[in-house]
Design a protein around this ligand. Structure first.
Ligand SMILES: O=C(O)C(=O)C[C@]1(C(=O)O)C=C[C@@H](O)C=C1
Length: 360
């Protein structure tokens, strides 16, 4: 699969002058709930109403979705509000029922994206559809697996594709329910700049107070839209109560979000930017020169160790470098996390060089 301008056609055809907003309850609970939320969302920037009908839960015993009856409620909401409707599909049966109910947007959930078997079954069932199909990232941080799922759909002649970034599972507890790992979405955009990319801040955050900041970060990273779980009574939602917000909070978020343009031709901006980028280019060159010089010294140490039959790894020395550099980094407003990543990469390369020298 290659990037093509036409990947964005379905999004452009919506004719929006703001990022795409997909919103609606985590789960369809009752007919009244779905229809009421749809009417409230109609008054916001929302174009697509979402609701889970079949809910994959981590552990059994939680509400697992209302099932096919919910599709009728979505259809009614669509008729009354004109919003497009979206739901998650996880197998051939779901696909058939959703297509029969004329669901406009089908998404593949994170737990399905991890399995090429499941994705292939869904792709086969969707073969050639003109519906919009969105692929959530797999639960594990694996870009090829995510793109592989999109490719399977693309190979099934499905043209209206997009991806949803919902974050990645981690064993350690962080402030997020699912770690954003923004770099993965940045790498995805580098490879497929025209594949519509939508943020699901609800599943990344797991709690409503983080949703605004996540949305703002995504817009600063050129995402094309957001998918936000909304409910008129979030605290009493049957699933994911902590991460849902009211339609009016969503409305406020879209008002407060700063939508930045991809770039501008304004001459003062271009001139200033050019000057600053020249400075960065010079510094990048200096950093590379310094890294090259450092590596040649590590090579000399490697030779010395070889002659004297000394081990490559010198933990005491390495820890003292780390401690000193973290301290110096702080003086330059560089985070400990960054300094650690940066130095570890240098150390790894240094060890690789010395290993080649010693085993030569
Ligand atoms: O000081 C050494 O012994 C080195 O080989 C240099 C170096 C480094 O790159 O800084 C590399 C490997 C050791 O684990 C410690 C430090």
């Amino acid at each position: 699969m290659e990037n093509r301008k036409e990947m964005k056609t379905w999004l452009n055809n919506l004719g929006l002058n703001h990022p795409l907003v997909i919103a609606g309850p985590c789960s369809a609970e009752t007919e009244d709930q779905v229809v009421k939320i749809a009417h409230q969302l109609k008054e916001t920037d929302t174009s697509i109403l979402r609701a889970g009908i079949w809910k994959p839960r981590t552990r059994p015993g939680n509400f697992e979705g209302i099932g096919a009856i919910g599709l009728k409620w979505l259809q009614r909401a669509k008729e009354e509000t004109g919003l497009k409707i979206a739901t998650e599909v996880a197998n051939k049966n779901h696909v058939e029922l959703a297509l029969k109910a004329d669901v406009d947007v089908l998404w593949i959930g994170a737990r399905s994206t991890v399995s090429p078997f499941i994705v292939q079954d869904i792709a086969d069932a969707l073969q050639g559809t003109d519906k919009i199909v969105l692929v959530k990232n797999p639960v594990n941080p694996d870009l090829p697996l995510w793109l592989g799922a999109v490719e399977r759909l693309h190979d099934a002649n499905i043209k209206n594709l997009g991806v949803i970034h919902r974050g990645f599972s981690t064993y350690e507890k962080t402030k997020y329910r699912n770690n954003p790992e923004w770099q993965i979405a940045i790498d995805l955009q580098n490879e497929f700049p025209d594949l519509p990319l939508i943020l699901d801040p609800s599943h990344i955050a797991g709690r409503r107070d983080l949703i605004f900041d996540l949305c703002q970060t995504s817009l600063d990273l050129n995402y094309n839209g957001i998918m936000v779980e909304t409910h008129f009574d979030p605290n009493n939602a049957w699933s994911d109560a902590k991460q849902q917000i009211t339609p009016s909070s969503l409305d406020q978020i879209t008002v407060d979000l700063k939508i930045r343009k991809e770039t501008t031709k304004a001459s003062d901006y271009q001139e200033c930017l050019q000057n600053l980028r020249v400075k960065i280019d010079v510094l990048d060159q200096q950093i590379l020169d310094a890294l090259g010089k450092r590596m040649r010294i590590a090579d000399e140490i490697g030779l010395l160790k070889k002659k004297n039959n000394v081990a490559i790894l010198q933990s005491k020395r390495w820890n003292s470098i780390l401690g000193k550099m973290i301290h110096l980094g702080k003086e330059q407003s560089l985070s400990e996390d960054f300094i650690l990543k940066f130095l570890k990469a240098i150390h790894e390369e240094s060890i690789k060089h010395q290993h080649e020298i010693i085993s030569d």
